[in-house]
Design a protein around this ligand. Structure first.
Ligand code: DCP
Ligand code: MG
Length: 658
């Protein structure tokens, strides 16, 4: 087959991190070459990039419906105190929304099934579905939803071992299909594996024309020309839950000549997504809605194109007509102050209106960084799908108190309720990872809307984490933080109490003594994998994320003693505390391993080694006085308080949270 002539020079395809230009809707149909197809690591620049967002339909309501074995066609809502937090689709047909009170909802639909969310009450180890739970004494539990959510994530992980999954919220996940789809293209079209000997530009030659795509059964394909295909009404159809998850309209557009290899990639992702959604439905009983497009921003928008129980596909060719009529204030990030400012400044409301504004003009008014708004309006989003660590580094149980605490003696009740939630969550996490151990327990209290204080202490390792154990650590912190509550000297008006575990880490099962837990731990799987695959820059970035908590400095030649700094990245470091040299395992010392990966591995090894010293110190303390000390006693680097905040400039001032 003769290769397709490039429609523009290949170099023009590569925008990288460069700014968007006037011709941006042009990059919707980049030339896709053999080099692109064969490359293993193009990241967000990949012209065959495919991302999906999968969102569960009326999630909490579905969880309750499945848990109670209720017919999914019956109208059902989940209640929290006297408000609604989830409304299933049959109930939405009665005009019931999440904004309403339970009384109004019952008026609209007398046969409404109402389930109050589970709550913790003092003295119970587990949350329950009690009669008449009261916000003055009980605390909401989302544990069941969290658990169900993890089951869904597991189906994605098992269904797509080479894909990247990012849990975006309790019922949403982004899925990066780029790698599995690329593998599948090469599998289905093996002739693409080799650059043809007569290809004029070698690997930079464009791929041959793509095959015809049969979209039937793959989902709702958003039309390139919505008016001519007449399917714009799809958006209004909320349907019922009985349709086949992988089915859709299979709209055949009037523009098959526009079919590209990216469309092939989208169609393969749609097949895989449909299978996983079907798995979720049959194994767990939940229906989902997914959006499949070239990046996260578009995938998220596309997911709500037709709900429930559907998947929609946004081809690159359909992006301009999809985005132009959209009210831009509906777009995430443009819904708040920034969107308002744009609407006022230009007296406009749709994305199409804003396209007329030049990049220079926008940057003059909203600062340099407004380039991202410029790009988003053109369907460009370079953010990555970032897999999160399997282990939650922190767990927090928090209660807003409708009736503030005015006496210290009232704290105990809430500490016990919060301790029950933490005990349940930690013990549950330990079911699949028995070595989990939080290094610290933290108590936070808030008075009014301004003053928040916290106090933390090391949390002693025990095999059995009980409510009593956590509550007594919490009580101790309460005494230190709040005092014994002489209201005459210390007026108290606490309206939020939270108890959290921080620094939750893994120890190897079956090891003896606390010191042993860290010495032989292997590097995390994720790290080993990234090493095999040649390194992933973002993981270095995430190591440096201040939100991740205290980190050692990973600069070469820093105090940790990375040796041979001048001769490249070392495979070991010298520990100042014990004077020992700690080596990377052989698999990561290989010459073929990239520098970034090795720095990352060394950093992980060093944190782990620090943990070992920390554990030793803890063990000594426990042996000598049997009680946890303030974590400040440890000489682990502690994150300094955030720097004095400068007044936000440019676009930032529109994004600041109050
Ligand atoms: N949720 C909540 N309060 C909110 C929004 C959501 O408690 N203000 C909870 C209840 C929802 C769950 O989070 O079931 C997921 O939120 P979604 O926005 O995805 O809403 P649903 O899944 O309920 O409905 P949809 O089918 O529109 O996704
Ligand atoms: Mg949802």
């Amino acid at each position: 087959m003769a290769p397709e002539p490039p429609s523009k020079p290949v170099s023009a395809v590569w925008k990288g991190k460069a700014k968007a230009t006037e011709a941006d809707f042009d990059d919707l149909n980049p030339v896709i070459t053999y080099r692109h197809l064969h490359s293993r690591n193009l990241g967000v620049k990949d012209p065959l990039r495919v991302v999906a967002l999968c969102d569960s339909d009326a999630f909490y309501a579905a969880c309750e419906q499945v848990r109670l074995g209720i017919d999914p066609l019956l109208p059902l809502v989940v209640q929290q105190w006297d408000s609604l937090i989830a409304v299933n689709y049959p109930a939405r047909k009665f005009g019931i929304t999440r904004m309403e009170k339970i009384k109004e909802a019952r008026k609209k639909c007398p046969e409404l099934v109402v389930v109050h969310v589970a709550t913790y009450r003092e003295g119970e180890k587990e949350p329950g579905y009690w009669e008449n739970p009261d916000t003055l004494t009980h605390k909401v539990s989302l544990d069941h939803y969290r658990r169900e959510s993890m089951k869904i994530i597991k189906i994605f992980q098992e269904g797509l071992p080479t894909g990247e999954i990012e849990k975006a919220s309790i019922d949403e996940a982004f899925i990066d299909f780029t790698r599995p789809v690329r593998d599948e293209i090469l599998h289905r079209y093996p002739h693409l594996a080799q650059v043809p000997p007569d290809a004029p530009n070698g690997a930079d030659s464009p791929l041959p024309p793509p095959p015809l795509i049969l979209w039937d059964g793959l989902g709702t394909v958003i039309p390139v020309n919505p008016l001519s295909s007449g399917s714009s009404t799809d958006k209004l159809d909320l349907g019922t839950q009985d349709s086949d998850p992988a089915s859709g309209d299979g709209v055949i557009d009037d523009d098959d000549e526009l079919t590209t290899w990216h469309d092939v990639a989208l169609s393969i992702a749609a097949e895989l997504m449909g299978k996983m959604r079907e798995d979720i439905r049959t194994k767990l009983g939940y229906t989902t809605s997914a959006g499949i497009a070239r990046n996260k921003f578009l995938a998220k928008l596309t997911a709500s194109y037709k709900k429930p129980n559907n998947q929609s596909i946004l081809r690159n060719a359909a992006i301009p007509n999809y985005l132009r009529p959209m009210p831009f204030q509906k777009i995430r990030f443009l819904g708040g102050k920034l969107g308002k400012a744009l609407a006022q400044e230009y007296d406009v409301s749709t994305v199409g209106d804003l396209l007329a504004i030049s990049l220079d003009e926008m940057q003059r008014k909203f600062g340099e960084n407004s380039v991202w708004v410029w790009e988003i309006l053109r369907g460009i989003d370079r953010s990555e799908v970032k897999e999160k660590s399997a282990v939650n580094k922190s767990m927090c149980a928090s209660k807003n108190l409708p009736q503030p605490i005015t006496k210290a003696s009232q704290g105990h009740h809430w500490i016990r309720v919060l301790a029950a939630e933490l005990a349940l969550r930690l013990n549950e996490a330990r079911e699949s990872n028995s070595g989990l151990w939080p290094k610290t327990i933290v108590l936070h209290v808030r008075q009014g809307y301004e003053t928040a204080r916290s106090k933390q202490a090391a949390f002693p390792f025990t095999r059995q984490v009980t409510v009593d154990l956590i509550a007594s650590a919490g009580d101790k912190l309460w005494k230190e933080l709040v005092g014994t509550g002489d209201a005459r000297t210390r007026p108290m008006n606490i309206n939020n109490v939270a108890l959290s575990f921080a620094g939750v880490g893994t120890m190897e099962a079956g090891q003896q003594g606390i010191e042993g837990f860290f010495t032989t731990r292997t590097l995390p799987d994720e790290l080993q994998r990234s090493a095999r695959e040649g390194g992933v820059k973002r993981k270095i970035d995430s190591l440096n994320d201040p939100a991740e908590g205290p980190r050692a400095n990973i600069g070469i030649g820093d105090d940790g003693g990375y040796s041979n700094a001048l001769a490249g990245i070392s495979t070991s470091f010298l520990c100042e505390r014990c004077g020992k040299r700690v080596n990377l395992p052989d698999s990561l010392s290989d010459a073929g391993i990239g520098d970034e990966v090795r720095i990352e591995a060394l950093e992980a090894l060093r944190v782990e080694h620090d943990d070992f010293h920390l554990a030793q110190q803890l063990a000594k303390q426990l042996a000598s006085n049997g009680s946890p000390q303030a974590i400040r006693a440890f000489d682990r680097p502690v994150q300094k308080k955030a720097k004095k905040q400068r007044a936000p400039e440019g676009i930032a001032k529109f994004l600041v949270r109050k």
